[in-house]
Write a protein that binds this ligand. Sequence first.
Ligand code: GCU
Length: 437
Amino acid sequence: MPRRARGAAVDFSLMNSMILRWSGCVLLVAFTAGAQPRGFNYDEAKVPKFQLPDPLVMEDGTRVVSAEQWRKERRPEILELFRKHVYGRSPGRPAKLSFFNLEERQGIWGGLANRRQVEVRFDGRRDGPRMTILIYAPSKTKGPAPAFLTLNFRGNHTVHEDPAIRLPHSWVRGRSPGEAVNNRATEKGRGVSKSRWAIEAILKRGYVFATIYYGDIDPDFHDDFKNGVHALYPKPKPDEWGSIATWAWGLSRALDYMETDKWIDAQRVAVMGHSRLGKTSLWAGANDDRFALVISNNSGCGGAALSRRAFGETVKRINTSFPHWFCDNYNKYNDNENACPVDQHQLVALIAPRPAYIASATEDRWADPRGEFLSGKHAEPVYKLLGAGGLPSARQPKPDQPVAGGIGYHLRTGRHDVTDYDWARYLDFADKHLRGR
Ligand code: GCU
């Protein structure tokens, strides 16, 4: 018996016939395009009344008044609550973790970039669970450069048409005809997601761009935790890692590698993700304080959006559609958000005093843009206590009017997506915080 009910959106592994594969594609496109399923609340007037847990009040009622108290007592307490109730706890760095340089080329793209592809072998075996990091570094920068580390949805080869990018070895979903055959990536996918990755702009501003296909770490369907890196570990207990925590774990292993790469300044790595991978970047940044800056792009429910608002996607819906994303304990809060000892503003607070950026999109109501803004706003007292500035806007800013303090926010006009506009804001925010510009 699988320990979780299977949801409709996770049964892609069972689809053998073309017809089923096609219906799966349609279903997935609907999800990732930020469709707004019916039967959920999109009316601000119908948001239930709720009280948020105060990030600066300990579970025993003690008020936190100093930075030291936050660091030593309250932060570990909140981190533990998220581990136990929401994402699940993850193992540390495996003893046999190893890195293998697959390929390297300097001075490509008219001298703009250096490229490297590195395999991270989770238990040291070349045929064991492993992920490939694709790295582009600005070739003219002297010394190590700050970096953006990202996960991608469809394979490293989809982020750019560069023919040298390796196809993923892992299970892929594939969304257009021929993009995946028997769940193996094909050449048809090369470059298909490039509009989401402003790689040249990132390099021109002096940053490294690094990306990993998230399915290398844990394929995104519920197989009761047998594939990806889960093959190396026992089945998770109710307070142990779901897939979001697993992808975040992979980001930490990428950072382990980055600490050894001379092109990269590992003290200045920004972790960025979109949608489910925005949830993941927030958890990665909360869980691993080596990440210098954290960016959540349209992360929604279980990411930046406040769960207690139950606006758009709800805890029950996400746990039902994606039973493998969170730890089993999170199911206790289905239709019961107020009982959860944490809400998502505390996830942002865990990142403090490191800078955090939250981005929403006007048409992405499923992700609750206002709830995403409010998480940043309610994390502000912690940033202020730590002398890290806040979110400099009392109200949710109008579309396309970014604000940036220790916490940055914008509401982009348009749909659930990552665009050049988003990247331009992230680059400005990184310049401010990682380069002091
Ligand atoms: C679905 C899901 C969201 C998620 C999104 C994505 O829409 O309900 O929670 O953010 O997929 O990752 O594309």
